[in-house]
Design a protein around this ligand. Structure first.
Ligand SMILES: [Zn+2]
Length: 124
């Protein structure tokens, strides 16, 4: 089952086709796919960042203005409700093979692109 696929339309037009492909690749294995976050406003990103720096979330969040989510360049997706599981890693590997950016276990649900972060953001 796929949940949240419609939100992929929030992605940049050059990122969306690869994202749609990745979602369908996972679903075609019979795995549950849940798209959990795509575009984020400044306010949403700031809330996530504040939670991150206060230790209230386990997944990292960049400062407001510094997240790929704010530019339509990334989406978060959980495979089989096991974000640190082998199926998530398999899909992360597939994303890398088509040129996507997947950091691995520190933020396994994040599927992004290689980019240069805005100035003042540091390494994200
Ligand atoms: Zn993300």
């Amino acid at each position: 089952m796929i949940t949240g696929r419609g939100r992929l339309k929030e992605l940049h037009p050059q990122v969306r086709p690869a994202a749609e492909w990745l979602v369908m690749l996972a679903a075609a294995q019979g795995w549950d796919v849940r798209v959990t976050s795509v575009y984020r406003s400044m306010r949403e990103q700031d809330m996530l960042y504040q939670d991150w720096i206060r230790g209230r979330r386990t997944l990292p969040a960049a400062k407001a203005g510094c997240s790929q989510h704010q530019y339509g360049l990334a989406f978060d997706m959980v495979i089989a409700e096991d974000m640190h599981g082998p199926l998530q890693r398999a899909i992360g590997g597939a994303w890398r093979q088509v040129g996507g950016w997947w950091i691995g276990q520190t933020d396994p649900v994040h599927y992004g692109v290689f980019w240069t972060a805005p100035s003042g953001c540091g390494k994200t």
